[in-house]
Design a protein around this ligand. Structure first.
Ligand code: ATP
Length: 375
């Protein structure tokens, strides 16, 4: 299969910069998922790799070879679009071999390629079925299988391939994609709007904002160690609570304050005078790390908050709490029976707090890896 690398790639449409100085390396066999708000440049990145767009600056390499001047058809890359575009009037076998027949591939070569694809992707039982009779994950398998049989691509590009599926179909298609990735050992670059899908499927996640790469890494690294406040707020659902706080020296301690909410500055902050953290910081805490109406542990930050809203999520409830002007979301056990209007005791382990520079958004401190692993 193949490696893909983008080196300082930029692409503008008129005055709009869709991709800004993007550098990323995708290892052989990696499943990289691009995420970010609508319009941040994800699809443009796929189109640049596929050769459907040319970069204004920078180099795109596939397997170490610069492909800026290589035609899309010669890049060994397959792009699978959202709607799969199977031929509705042809059975699966004909969908798989249609392009090969058009190109007058010898019959025994067609048979060999189709049976190899059908076997490796478990499509054997589907060959005589019409596309309308396929489950979503199966249809997706056929769309990918067709690309494999036709082009034998080394890189797959999936543009929001699961977006039109319902929740159950998505789970099924997600599992199928994961299996395909293991079977084909191909390099996959995928775009999704669904970040739980990204976290579940990607071996690497790349977060983009306004055309620029914010962070790339394994899902867990991004979740536990976001590089900046944008990634912290974007990765994770419900999102991390982010509160702007002002550092203040109180006796020999540095305390971060937002209205009545005060938290001790994490001891990990290097500079005891507090100079290194500037006049404003953003403090982050994940909803699962706020204890609501549960016994606090030794040394926990404690506060009382009013419950504004309780959302039942099934295994958990999402409790919206308020301390002065500060609103936070906490995940709690439904058995806790927190109700709207209750004033509840809350606590946070100090080593669960994230800290970001209030001006640049860059991470200053994140929980130690051991603190998270112990959840
Ligand atoms: P979405 O999540 O909504 O699909 P995206 O992150 O994939 O968005 P792109 O489709 O890559 O974003 O678009 C990035 C920016 O470039 C957007 O502002 C979009 O309007 C603009 N853009 C994309 N293609 C073109 C084009 N052919 N001409 C002009 N502007 C374009």
């Amino acid at each position: 299969m193949a490696t893909v690398a983008l080196e300082h790639v930029s692409k503008a449409y008129g005055t709009l910069i869709a991709v800004r100085d993007l550098s990323v390396e995708i290892a052989d066999g990696e499943f990289l998922v691009l995420v970010g708000p609508s319009g941040c440049g994800k699809t443009t990145v796929l189109r640049l790799i596929a050769g459907l767009e040319a970069p204004d600056e920078g180099t795109i390499l596939i397997d170490g070879r610069a492909v800026n001047d290589v035609a899309p058809s010669a890049r060994n890359v397959a792009m699978v679009f959202e709607d799969y575009a199977l031929y509705p009037h042809l059975v699966v076998r004909e969908n798989l071999d249609f392009a090969l027949r058009i190109h007058r591939t010898p019959a025994d070569e067609i048979r060999r390629r189709v049976s190899a694809v059908a076997a490796s992707m478990e499509l054997d039982g589907l060959l005589e079925r019409m596309p309308s009779g396929l489950a979503a994950g199966e249809a997706q398998g056929v769309a990918v299988g067709r690309a494999v049989a036709r082009d034998r691509p080394v890189v797959f590009l999936l543009d929001d391939a699961l977006s039109h599926l319902d929740a159950r179909q998505r789970l099924e298609a997600r599992a199928q994609l994961g299996r395909l990735h293991r079977e084909l050992k191909s390099t996959i670059v995928s775009v999704t709007h669904d970040q739980s899908e990204a976290l579940a499927m990607g071996t690497q996640i790349a977060v983009m904002d306004e055309g620029a790469l914010q962070q790339v890494g394994p899902p867990r690294t991004l979740y536990e160690h976001p590089a900046n406040v944008f990634v912290a707020g974007f990765v994770g659902s419900p999102p991390m609570n982010l509160v702007e706080m002002t550092p203040a020296r109180e006796g020999d301690r540095l305390v971060l304050r937002a209205g009545p909410l005060a938290v001790p500055a994490p001891t990990r902050l290097a500079d005891p005078a507090g100079r290194s953290i500037g006049p404003l910081v953003t403090v982050g805490v994940r909803p699962e790390h706020i204890q609501v109406a549960a016994p606090p542990g030794d040394g926990d930050i404690r506060f009382r908050a009013r419950c504004d809203l309780v959302e039942f999520l099934g295994r958990q409830v999402l409790v919206h709490i308020r301390i002065g002007d500060v609103g936070l979301m906490a995940l709690a056990d439904p058995a806790g029976h927190v109700r709207v209007g209750d004033v509840v005791d809350c606590s946070i382990r100090p080593d669960r707090l994230y800290l970001f520079d209030g001006r640049t958004g860059a991470a200053i401190a994140a929980p130690a890896p051991g603190a998270i692993a112990a959840v």
